[in-house]
Write a protein that binds this ligand. Structure first.
Ligand code: SAM
Length: 270
């Protein structure tokens, strides 16, 4: 292990500078993540059932129709995909985690639900055309850089039918007031990041000029791996303007879909 490398990782990175490791596809971490998705005692990775139910109720109280063609992006273990399939819709779930998709496929089979699952990076995937609804749930839009956000929104818009909608959630300005730069470290014999002993240096960096923040985890065993998670917070006005500029005709904003008041949902009509 090179101490100079380690010290360099403790400097604040330039906004959007990537780490040297990717959490979602790591063979060990994927399994830990799947457990977290399914754990009803935490809102980490996936929200608890109650919040998922409220989200689904809100989406389909606004989007009418039967047999809708739906693309569930970053579907994880299929918690939303299954609810939508149970309502009679045709769902395609997309995720980059092979482990979550394996669980999702088995679960759908057991419940006799017909859901197509695609193992892919949604930033690289060509979306099907003629969709009624595209969703991206759990603040994953804000994870993207500003350039990626614009490309992604254009791709979603082009995939929708003329009356299709895009539904997603994002952090609002309430989160901004709770964010502080902080540094913490812990060691574990076996835990979320590794099955063997490791040290983890966790740090939050703020980029107020871009309404962005970074949660960074430097995991140290016989090597140094740096996991970086950028995200953004938005004012309603700022987000609505971005969506209108891309070409969405109307945006419905809803703040109380779930009990976390730092999350705002957006229902965007083509
Ligand atoms: C925070 S979880 C949310 C999962 C699901 N939407 C939910 O709320 O239950 C993010 C999911 O997106 C997936 N993911 C992250 N980046 C992705 C990408 N570029 N392409 C496809 N899936 C991605 C992860 O594997 C993970 O399952």
């Amino acid at each position: 292990m090179d101490i100079i490398d380690l010290l360099s990782f403790l400097e604040k990175p330039k906004l959007y500078e990537k780490g040297n490791a990717f959490m979602w596809t790591d063979p060990y971490i994927q399994k830990k993540l799947l457990k977290t998705h399914l754990d009803q005692n935490t809102d980490l990775a996936s929200r608890k059932q109650n919040s998922i139910d409220h989200t689904i109720s809100w989406i389909f109280s606004t989007k009418e129709g039967v047999d809708l063609s739906i693309l569930d992006l970053g579907c994880g273990p299929g918690l939303y995909s299954e609810k939508m399939a149970k309502l009679g819709h045709n769902v395609i779930g997309v995720d980059i985690s092979a482990c979550s998709l394996e669980y999702a496929k088995k679960s759908a089979e057991t419940k006799h639900l017909s859901i197509e699952y695609i193992h892919a990076n949604y930033l690289e995937l060509n979306f099907p055309n003629g969709l009624d609804l595209v969703d991206l749930i759990y603040c994953d839009f804000g994870v993207l850089s500003k350039t990626e956000q614009m490309e992604f929104l254009t791709k979603v818009l082009n995939s929708l039918k003329p009356d299709g909608v895009f539904v997603f959630d994002a952090y609002n300005l309430e989160l901004k007031n709770t964010l502080t730069e902080k540094r913490d470290f812990f060691k574990e014999d076996s835990g979320f990041w590794r099955s063997h002993p490791y040290l983890c240096l966790s740090e939050t960096f703020l980029y107020p000029e871009a309404n962005a923040f970074l949660d960074q985890h430097v995991v140290i065993d016989d090597e140094i791996k740096v996991y970086r998670f950028y995200n953004h917070y938005y004012s309603e006005a700022m987000m609505k303007q971005t969506l209108k500029d891309i070409g969405f005709s109307e945006v419905i904003v809803k703040k109380d879909v779930i009990s976390d008041s730092s999350i705002t949902f957006y229902y965007c009509k083509k």
